[in-house]
Ligand binder design. Structure first.
Ligand code: PLP
Length: 447
């Protein structure tokens, strides 16, 4: 028995059955043993290129030297402190850094204040609580396809039925869904965007928002600037600006969930910068640390001050590991590394190369390919000739790519969008090779 087989057998025996999918033919999954940069080694010593950055976390590369050094120093010095009671210095340093790279950089005349959490969904829940406290209005407008995490609060605003249906009886039902206006065009690639169809979609979305607001007491609009798990869905140009204007006119808060899109993923520090839109609250996670469960909800200081009462010794929102020192040390190093190596700009540059390569792919005759992306957040939608999602083909491509040494994921409700979100440190040659490998895998799998 190989080491991978041993591990998977243990998981089958001792892990809850709904977590790790293990295919009968042994083609999925691999067992990760170590990783460096864009490369991953499995428990049997095989090497892979990671085209996922492990769910968009490893933006500075796996086991980044600066980040690892910071973690090592912190783990031996102080691995844990007392979240909302006795703080540690790095929590303060990181809160200031997050303010500097968001609201202060955006020059909106304000600084930011942070609520730390552990997972991305907790950052979303902190934002929802802030909106409730600030406005007194419980309703939240969210978008079809949205993924904001699976905790009970966040599940209310996550759209996909697959996740919600088993628990629907315990959900609060404060969310109202509007259509997400996906762009038809390929952004980032010389397309002017803003086609007539795009404008009609945006108008439809805004009409639904207005209709919802007439019926419900709405305190916030919550959106992903690009829907990641829904299949790398890029909205039409002007979407975020339209939301900002509507929120301003209606005294409603704009919450942007940049858990996936943050920290350079889309070729800007944060995706809202592509439209120069400043949210009231921004949710961060994933690449914040490069590999430690830490998240943050950063809000405009005056909003946070108005929403949350001063602490009296018993915080109304906290958790045991709030602002964990190892996570804070890693996040500070991660931000330094992104800056020092110009990785945000690199994401924009290599994203263009990636999209260009994807656009030159030749589709097998049975499939239509729909490539799209911003920075190093790209998706390749696979459709059959009748327009239906090519789910089984996408799954076969994932397995074939894994066999050829590439780690990939499929996103979208029908799992027919191959997502490409590698570490921002990936080289141009690796991108070109990866796209060629996908093209080959498509031919093989689309019989
Ligand atoms: C946009 C977005 N928000 C929130 C989350 C939830 O983050 P976590 O899984 O860390 O709770 C995710 C996870 O994929 C996400 O993509």
């Amino acid at each position: 028995m190989t080491e991978s087989q041993r591990v998977l057998r243990l998981l089958r025996q001792f892990e809850s059955p709904n977590i790790t999918f293990v295919s009968r033919d042994g083609s999925w999954p691999i067992v990760w043993s170590r990783a460096k940069g864009v490369r991953v080694w499995d428990a049997d010593g095989r090497q892979y290129i990671d085209l996922t950055a492990a769910f968009g976390v490893a933006n500075t590369g796996h086991a980044n030297t600066r980040v690892v050094k910071a973690a090592k120093q912190q783990v031996s010095r102080l691995p844990h402190a007392m979240g909302d009671v006795h703080p540690h210095p790095l929590k303060a340093d990181l809160a200031r850094t997050l303010s500097q790279i968001t609201f202060e950089r955006w020059r909106c005349g304000r600084h930011g204040k942070t609520i730390f959490g552990n997972s991305g969904f907790e950052a979303v829940e902190a934002a929802l609580k802030t909106a409730m406290l600030a406005t007194g209005r419980p309703g939240v407008i969210v978008f079809e396809g949205a993924y904001h995490g699976l905790g009970y609060g966040a599940l209310n605003v996550t759209h996909r039925d697959f996740f919600r249906a088993p628990f629907i009886k315990q959900l609060g039902g404060f969310a109202c869904f509007a259509p997400f206006p996906s762009a038809e065009c390929i952004l980032n690639f010389g397309d002017s965007g803003g086609s007539h169809e795009d404008q009609i979609k945006l108008e439809k979305t805004m009409t639904v928002i207005k209709r919802i607001a007439r019926k419900h007491s709405i305190g916030a609009v919550l959106a992903e600037p690009i829907q990641g798990r829904a299949g790398i869905r890029i909205p039409v140009r002007g979407f975020l600006s339209a939301l900002r204007s509507w929120c301003d006119a209606n005294d409603v808060l704009l919450i942007l969930d940049e858990v996936y899109t943050g920290f350079g993923r889309t070729g800007a520090w944060f995706a809202c910068e592509h439209e120069n839109v400043v949210p009231d609250l921004i949710c961060l996670g994933k690449a914040l640390t490069g590999g430690f469960p830490l998240s943050a909800c950063v809000g405009k200081a005056d909003l946070m001050d108005a929403a949350w009462p001063d602490a009296t010794g018993e915080a109304i929102h906290t958790s045991t590991f709030l602002g964990n020192p190892i996570g804070c040390a890693m996040a500070l190093a991660q931000v330094e590394e992104l800056k020092a190596r110009g990785l945000v700009e690199r994401s924009a540059r290599l994203g263009n190369l990636l999209l260009r390569q994807m656009c030159t792919m030749r589709a097998p005759s049975s499939l239509l390919l729909n490539p799209r992306g911003m920075g190093l957040m790209a998706g390749l939608e696979l459709l059959r000739r009748d327009g239906s999602p090519a789910t089984s083909e996408a799954v076969s491509v994932l397995k074939e790519m894994l066999r050829c040494g590439y780690i990939m994921l499929a996103e979208g409700e029908a799992s027919n969008v191959l997502s490409i979100t590698p570490p921002l440190t990936i080289g141009a040659a690796d991108i070109v090779r990866a796209v060629k490998a996908i093209e080959k895998a498509l031919v093989k799998c689309a019989q």
